[in-house]
Design a protein around this ligand. Structure first.
Ligand code: PEP
Ligand code: MG
Length: 593
């Protein structure tokens, strides 16, 4: 029986292959869990050896990852190493062995259970990542203690496979051989989870958050995986396979066509220039953005430097990570966003208490202004990169003028310190605000007087305007960026920016959809920033339309009373010049998945 599941698309690409179900699960500890007093020290020794072994394996993987992907990506193993060095976990286990005469396996299992229950009082994705790390550590140590082999990722003689797992831990993901594993599908996972980020870096089509898929699939089942739309089909019909082969063929042909656009200007048919920039989550993505024709970086997210880290990154490390991207775009703008922590990103070193409503809580600029030591370190690193290119600094989740002026004051302090230390700094810098809340959009005219540019974060603006959690798959249908309320706010921001004479860019996912890009161009937005994979498609949209037509369609969208009417107004116009079915899938026509 054919089974169709929709999850979160996490790395694009269409593949049809056999399933390989991976069970990298915590092994069951055998009964008979105590030892004679004389064996106690032997158990302690065994446990220490297993911890050392596990640490060695993780260090190996870390070194391999550093070599194949880069030092930043290799940092994802740090939390696991820290866990294996954590006195509470290690000495706590040893205490159980000594006091209760438990076997090493049982004692460790108990201690980990206690950690798990302490961690699991919240459902934040970052905490889930920690639980994931803990499960990885537990599996590794227990497998060593129980003399079980390392997990089998499947040998090459099985041919190409789509790997199905409950959750892919980072250590498993980096062992994946791209020639053999052509797709990934996991029951759990979020857009920001480690494995999603790694799958994107490895360029393996991936879909996460698929419910209990790994229990429904058997080794060898045939699977279609569409990493562009998030759909997985188990045991597809001949008809399904034909349709997806056709779709894959079209996508590839389309991609070939798009490649040719990379170095043509992003300009409408009637000569209006739109700056087409790239969003970057990791410094390593800069190359891909360049190859796909980005004219700069419109959003460089800096959270990779802090998430999953036991200690805050120093100024020097940050400086190098920022400069790397700035130097990859000589003479082009690079907009670097200050830390957007909180919400779903919790670095361990901030010791943030779990909150009832993290997305309405201590987040983004609020965290930075309340943690001036951390913020100043970042601002100093950013200021030092100014002389290497056209660097612009951007603040997330701005609501009030005060947040901008307080940041400016801190920047002035940092600049004075740096000059006193002998650093050369230019006399001025460009500071922008992200417009991500209805409050900011409505008061855009006021905010515009205090910044040099706006960048609209539609991912958050939609969530806060509609009061629909952007990460809740149950609400995905209701998360609609074409809601008239959102459309009117966007227009208001574009107008306020124009009136104040500052640039208005859009860096949320809406800009990466054909209809969204079309509408935003029509509203007079002068720059769009999208992920490297969407650059070519959006360039195609820009080059296919006339600004005049986009403006008329945006006008109709603004008058529409329902999301469907907005979509209809835009589609009618865009369809005249573009075959929309060629674009990445139904999500690109309406809300991003
Ligand atoms: C946004 O909110 O649209 C945005 C670009 O920022 P992030 O997705 O990192 O919250
Ligand atoms: Mg945001």
């Amino acid at each position: 029986m054919t089974l169709v599941r929709d999850g979160i698309p996490s790395a694009p690409g269409i593949v049809i292959a056999r399933a390989r179900v991976l069970r990298w699960e915590v092994p069951r500890v055998p009964h008979g869990a105590t030892v004679a007093p004389a064996q106690v020290e032997g158990e302690v020794e065994r446990f220490r050896e297993a911890c050392d072994f596990a640490k060695g394996r993780i260090r190996d993987l870390q070194a391999r990852t550093a070599e194949s992907m880069g030092p930043v990506e290799a940092q994802i193993f740090e939390p696991q190493v820290l866990m294996l060095e954590d006195a509470d976990l290690v000495e706590g286990t040893i205490a159980y062995i000594r006091e209760s005469h438990l076997t090493a396996e049982r004692a460790f299992e108990w201690r980990v259970l206690e950690w798990e229950s302490a961690l699991s009082h919240t459902s934040h994705p970052m905490v889930l990542d920690r639980l994931n790390d803990l499960a990885d550590v537990q599996t590794r140590v227990l497998r060593r203690l129980m003399n079980l082999p390392d997990p089998e990722l499947g040998s090459r003689d099985q041919g190409q496979v789509i790997l199905i797992a409950r959750e892919l831990t980072p250590s498993l993901t980096v062992q994946l051989d791209r020639r053999h594993v052509v797709g990934l599908a996991t029951d759990k996972g979020t857009r920001t989870s480690h494995s999603s980020i790694l799958a994107r870096s490895l360029d393996i089509p991936c879909v996460v958050a698929l419910g209990d898929l790994s229990e429904q699939v058997r080794d060898g089942d045939e699977i279609i995986l569409d990493g562009r739309t998030g759909r997985v089909i188990v045991a597809p019909s001949e008809e399904d396979k034909r349709a997806y082969r056709e779709r894959d063929f079209q996508v590839r042909e389309w991609e070939q066509e798009l490649v040719l656009l990379a170095h043509l200007p992003a300009e409408t048919r009637d000569g209006a220039r739109v700056a087409l920039l790239s969003n970057i989550d990791l410094p390593g993505e800069a190359d891909s953005a360049r190859t796909h024709g980005a004219e700069g970086v419109g959003l460089y997210r800096t959270e990779f430097l802090v998430v999953g880290r036991g200690t805050a990154p120093g100024e020097e490390e940050q400086f190098r990570a920022y400069r790397q991207v700035v130097q990859a775009f000589p003479g082009m703008p690079v907009v670097i966003r200050t830390f957007d922590l909180g919400g779903d990103k919790f670095p361990a070193f901030l010791h943030m208490a779990p909150e009832e409503n993290p997305f309405l809580g201590w987040r983004a600029i609020r965290v930075c202004l309340d943690e001036p030591v951390m913020f100043k370190t970042q601002l100093r690193a950013l200021l030092r990169t100014l002389r290497f290119g056209d660097v612009r600094i951007m603040l997330p989740l701005i609501n009030d003028v005060d947040e901008i002026t307080d940041t400016r004051a801190l920047m002035e302090e940092c600049a004075a310190e740096l000059r006193a230390e002998g650093h050369e700094l230019p006399g001025s810098y460009s500071l922008g605000a992200m417009i991500e809340t209805p409050a900011a959009a409505i008061s855009a005219a006021e905010l515009a007087r205090h910044v040099d540019f706006f960048s609209v974060g539609t991912n958050d603006l939609v969530q806060y305007t509609l009061a629909v959690d952007r990460g809740n798959s149950r609400l995905a249908r209701r998360y609609n960026p074409f809601h008239p309320g959102v459309v009117r706010l966007l227009d208001q921001v574009a107008r306020a920016g124009r009136k104040a004479g500052i640039h208005v860019s859009v860096c949320g996912e809406l800009a990466a959809t054909p209809l969204g890009a079309f509408m935003l161009i029509g509203m007079g937005v002068t720059s769009l920033s999208v992920g490297p994979a969407a650059l070519a498609e959006i360039k195609k949209v820009i080059r296919s339309v006339r600004h005049e037509d986009a403006a008329r369609a945006a006008g109709l969208a603004l008058e529409a009373g329902t999301p469907d009417e907005v979509v209809h107004a835009l589609t009618e116009e865009l369809r005249k010049v573009l075959d929309l079915t060629k674009f990445a899938g139904p999500w690109s026509l309406s809300a991003p998945a």
